[in-house]
Ligand binder design. Structure first.
Ligand code: DAK
Length: 259
């Protein structure tokens, strides 16, 4: 039995973490299922992934505390490396991943959402890195991604040191999410955004993601070199010809072939 479900419709994949009895907390099996589902995505066929949690209460309430509480140094290191490997795979997947945060996104849940390209959430969503309250620190990238995502070292440190949670509106204010919707509208809004992305030239979207992701880990000069190469590669695609031809001939029926 898998705790992670995959549905693909019209070039959009919806991945749902479904372990509702523990508020979708990430135990080793959930992580393993998540890794396998992401590995199974054919990025030449699927254009956008949406990641969400089952139920109305939680996206992911964190790493599974009952599995972690007896860990020693070596086990903690291994667990962190394992989770980080999966989250990095999501972050670097060549196509965009939208996190539709439908409730608690705590600890590993917030870290998972931050591995995605874009986060939108429901009005009841709650975010936080409460690890220091448990005697640990974020171990799936939170100490690194939170400040990069929100662009404020001060706020990231405040959230991690205090372990306090913030609601959807505060998450929007600090830039942790891009938009807040009613719970019942969240998935449809995520699908709408996904369709909007999927309508654009898929290879161009991939080049943009690559340039943004790798560029932000470099010095500006090197990052701009990466952008120049990714930009240039677009001119070897049929979709660049189609996109510009459609504009110049005032056509609205762009037909991107992913070539
Ligand atoms: N792990 C395991 N079970 C969890 C869980 C979690 N993170 N969160 C909730 N559950 C379970 C509860 O134990 C409860 O199970 P039963 O008692 O029914 O068997 C069930 O889900 C429903 O939860 P509650 O009854 O507590 O529901 P409430 O609505 O009253 O409260 C809550 C919801 C989200 C406020 C509360 O459940 C809560 O505070 N949960 C823990 C949230 C949390 O602290 N999350 C962060 C976990 S730490 C690392 C790698 C990774 C990480 C760190 C280090 N290295 C290896 C270095 C990441 C760490 C974390 O994510």
């Amino acid at each position: 039995m898998s705790f992670v479900k995959l549905e693909i419709c019209d070039e959009i994949a919806v991945i749902t973490i479904d372990r509702q009895k523990a508020l979708n907390a990430l135990n080793k099996q959930v992580l393993n299922n998540l890794e396998n589902v992401f590995k199974s995505i054919d990025v030449n066929q699927v254009r956008v992934v949406i990641l969400t949690g089952a139920g109305k209460k939680a996206f992911v309430a964190g790493a599974d505390i009952s599995e972690m509480h007896k860990m020693n140094f070596m086990e903690g290191k291994e667990f962190s490396k394992y989770g980080n490997g999966i989250f990095r795979r999501i972050e670097l997947l060549s196509i965009p991943v939208i996190a539709a945060v439908n409730g608690f996104a705590l600890g590993g849940g917030n870290e998972l959402a931050m591995s995605c390209d874009i986060r939108i959430c429901s009005e009841n969503a709650l975010f936080g890195q409460p690890e220091t309250c448990l005697g640990i620190i974020p171990g799936f990238g939170g100490t690194q991604r939170l400040s990069r995502v929100i662009g404020s070292l001060s706020k990231a440190k405040e959230l991690i040191y205090t372990g306090k949670t913030i609601g959807a509106q505060e998450a929007l204010r600090i830039g942790l999410v891009s938009a807040v919707y009613k719970q019942e509208d969240l998935l449809e809004r995520a699908l709408e955004m996904a369709r909007n992305i999927a309508d654009n030239a898929p290879i161009a979207v991939k080049h943009a993601k690559y340039a943004i992701n790798y560029g932000r880990e470099m010095f500006m000069k090197d990052a701009l070199d990466i952008e120049a190469i990714e930009f240039a590669q677009c001119f070897e695609t049929a979709d660049q010809v189609e996109g510009m031809d459609a504009f110049l001939t005032k056509r609205t029926d762009r037909n991107f072939m992913n070539k």
